[in-house]
Design a protein around this ligand. Structure first.
Ligand SMILES: Nc1ncnc2c1ncn2[C@@H]1O[C@H](COP(=O)(O)OP(=O)(O)O)[C@@H](O)[C@H]1O
Ligand SMILES: [Mg+2]
Length: 258
């Protein structure tokens, strides 16, 4: 289940990262590699620092110390190589779906006809064709999340940072999103960094799952579930290997909850 280190092509490397908010130690000596083209999930107790880590990788927040690299270049701020899908969707309430999806491209100075053409493609890809002129308040939670996803995809960033993107949707929508996500992993050669609090979801969709300790957080264990995403989502619920990994992670996380 372990890869030999050294010959892996990492899109993102995080080494010995510390992050303090005043007296609060959020991250303490956290190191983790994110192999290119793979999906890595971050699992850990609420408040352990998952969002903090994502924001640091995104360049939205400075680390107190440590080394963060994207494509072997130190992160000094946000860049076109990374896109963030926020937990609360972060849509512009006054702008319609088209403008929201094209917004990342607008920020990059791409002219209107070109950015709307690109946005149109991704709006269709996430299943929102026909809703271009709708406003966020007219959409369901699941649809709003798809707008956020289309926006992140349309800037064609190599690294997608997804902060509990499915937490606000119902179980059926979540299943559909998981399938969509897996199609993206298969069809787009991107590196996904995915925060979830569902162990089952992490094991199903991930190439690797990093378990984080309660604050101050670092990585306690990295697990590589093999091939569950190629199986039928319903039948894996009875797959002994799958259940075994889910149990193991549960036991491991529980150790640190008390
Ligand atoms: N801007 C901030 N100022 C002070 N403390 C913060 C700030 N952001 C996060 N924290 C604290 O840092 C810890 C990690 O937060 P966060 O990264 O949001 O955790 P998670 O996403 O795993 O729930 C928490 O204890 C949180 O209260
Ligand atoms: Mg969070």
């Amino acid at each position: 289940m372990n890869d030999s280190k050294g010959d892996i092509d990492n899109a993102v490397t995080v080494r010995n990262v510390y992050k303090n908010y005043g007296d609060v130690e959020a991250l303490k000596d956290l190191s983790l590699d994110f192999p290119r083209g793979q999906l890595t999930s971050l699992l850990g107790p609420s408040g352990c620092g998952k969002t903090t880590l994502l924001k640091i990788i995104a360049g939205l927040l400075p680390a107190t110390s440590g080394d963060i690299q994207v494509n072997n270049q130190p992160v000094t701020g946000p860049g076109p190589d990374r896109a963030f899908v926020f937990q609360d969707f972060a849509l512009l309430p006054w702008a319609n779906v088209m403008r929201n999806v094209a917004f990342g491209l607008e920020l990059r100075g791409i002219d209107r006809s070109e950015r709307e053409a690109i946005a149109e493609t991704y709006i269709a890809n996430v299943g929102l064709k026909g809703f271009e002129n709708s406003f966020p308040h007219e959409l369901s939670g699941g649809m709003r999340q798809r707008v956020g996803l289309a926006r992140a995809l349309s800037v064609d960033a190599e690294v997608l940072l997804m902060d509990e993107p499915f937490s606000a949707v119902d179980e059926q929508t979540r299943r559909k999103f998981q399938e969509d996500l897996l199609n993206l992993v298969k069809n787009e050669n991107k590196t996904f960094i995915f925060v979830t609090h569902s162990i089952e979801e992490a094991v199903y969709v991930s190439d690797q799952v990093a378990l984080l300790l309660a604050r101050p957080s670092r990585v306690s264990e990295v697990i590589r579930p093999e091939g569950f995403r190629h199986k039928d989502a319903n039948s894996i619920r009875r797959d002994p290997e799958y259940l075994d990994i889910v149990d193991r992670i549960w036991a491991s996380l529980r150790t640190y909850v008390e």
